[in-house]
Design a binder for this molecule. Sequence first.
Ligand SMILES: *Cc1c(COP(=O)(O)O)cnc(C)c1O
Length: 394
Amino acid sequence: MIYADNAATTKMSESAIHTMTTLLNESWGNPSSLYLHGQKAKEVLEKAREEIAAVIGAQPREITFTSGGSEADNQAILSAAESGRLKGKRHIISTAFEHHAVLHTLNKLKKQGFDITLLDVHENGIILPSEVKEAIREDTCLVTIMYANNEIGTIQPIREIGAICRERNVLFHTDAVQAIGHIPVNVGEDNIDMLSSSAHKFHGPKGVGFLYSRKGIRLSNLIEGGAQERGKRAGTENVPGIGAMAAALKEANANMAENAAHMIQMRDKLIEGLRQIPHSALNGDEHQRLPGNVNFCFEGIEGESLLLLLDDKGIQASSGSACTSGSLDPSHVLLAIGRVHDVAHGSLRLSIGEDITQAEVDEIIRSVTEVVTYLRSFSPIWRDLMAGKKEFIL
Ligand SMILES: *Cc1c(COP(=O)(O)O)cnc(C)c1O
């Protein structure tokens, strides 16, 4: 079996599992309790906060633990909107290819009277800082742009965008769920005010993540209750999950350069191999992309069928489309970079892991080529394309 869906979730690392089981056994106290057992759990929590802060260049008190990336995105955006509302600023800038945790939160704000500008994404899947600059208005309270896209893997010019926001005195949030643990991120150097991250995307457990918010930024609570997390996120903390998240992040960070070098090599071989399939195209910039991301469109086929047949061959991947609800809508990300519906339907996202081998890359190329050829052999669209009744786009 080859697991090539690491952008959806990753397998927990051995050290994260070890940390988590040890904490489940030994540190099950409530961190808010004053007796020794509670205080030991509190120590675990604060050590994790220090370790995570150190990895991204933050202060420990700037880290708020959450239930994952979605919660962190919601809290960051709603907090900035609340601060904006108080100052009469109701304009937010984002992009058309954000994660739904961002897009749906922005939709909610739109219904409450906020004006949302979604910047166009270029064909290469990269936002131009100059377009962010032009979009900023007197009443802009937030710019939220993802660090790296979860479908096509493109890495955004975050440092430049952050510098523009700082110059204009506008809060800048980035959904860095796909970036943290995979590429270097430093909130200071990158001019980031708020950042979302999720443990299960870097070999930590699911259901735990964190929000970085620069000192002085007002956070609003999504969850009311006790005074945990400096009063900004009520609820007894997920101590084993948070400890395991810190262990996974430390490990990912320590091995980052070595892992990335290997994955980039494997990624580029995969891209080279899949390009040999006629009427195919890579989605997103070839170089400015995550080390583990490959995303292709193949004309004349449906991504869903491709996935099912690859699964039969032991390869687990994703179509990159948001078909969680079983809808057949093509991916909003592929539409945002200008792929037409028919082409966007035939997409494949392979997000490889750190331990991928050359033999596995060869097997993926062989299997995808076989399956695409097979599906095209009875595709009515392909028949029309071949008969010249329809024009090839790719
Ligand atoms: C996975 C993901 C999320 C959601 O994180 P969860 O921890 O699953 O809630 C948000 N943004 C991006 C870019 C993601 O890839």
